[in-house]
Ligand binder design. Sequence first.
Ligand SMILES: [Zn+2]
Length: 257
Amino acid sequence: MNKIKFLGTAGARFVVTKQTRRSGGIWLTLDDTNVLIDPGPGSLVRCLSSKPKLNPLNLDGMILTHRHLDHSNDINVMIEAMTNGGFKKKGIVFAPRDAVEEDPVILKYVREYVDKIEILKENGTYKIGNIKFSTSVKHVHGVETYGLNIHGKDHSISLLADTLYFKGLEDQYKEDILIINTVLAEGKDYIKHLSLKDAEKIISKNRPKLTVLTHFGMTIIKAKPWEIAEKLSKKLGVKVIAASDGLEIDLDSYSKN
Ligand SMILES: [Zn+2]
């Protein structure tokens, strides 16, 4: 089965530090390849307490869209879990350069446990297992940040990671399923995140088969994301849902064929 599991849906500091929503990242199973994206605080716990359990030993690798803690906190422990404590060298970890060099979030001693640490660059193309993916242009987010366009045999997924809205952003994310990190109910330029209005603009232009809003800050949670998603669906005439902790999406309902 091809699926996406939301181990957490928390976005930004307060929702994460209070664990109003969980912050474990996204587990993708596609074409017999398992990838964990943005393992934030609690990712290991969420994998193991998932039903059915998600076994980190089955991971082919991990991707960090950027080095902020809510996206990278569990990367080291997940590397240990993926490689059986370093005894089974395997997997690729993808991360922007500043997450590996400048202010590294991946400890040096665990780097030897994986087959490869691959640096993400703007508009790069990458391969992990049977999946190919490409990065977007550099986002406006304070630290080096890239969104992802993921391609399986019959599926395609855009993951619009943290960013302030910039002109042409929507052109970067044209796949069948669109996951949008929507932190704010209302935009504030000094907080470099997307607001609901930005998300609406992107969805109405791209009209994906399915949009999933996630990575919620406090203002959106207070405004009830599931109601927001329902309203957007009606208004735009496309399917929009709000992720909840533990939500699993069956990708085969949205395959190309
Ligand atoms: Zn961030």
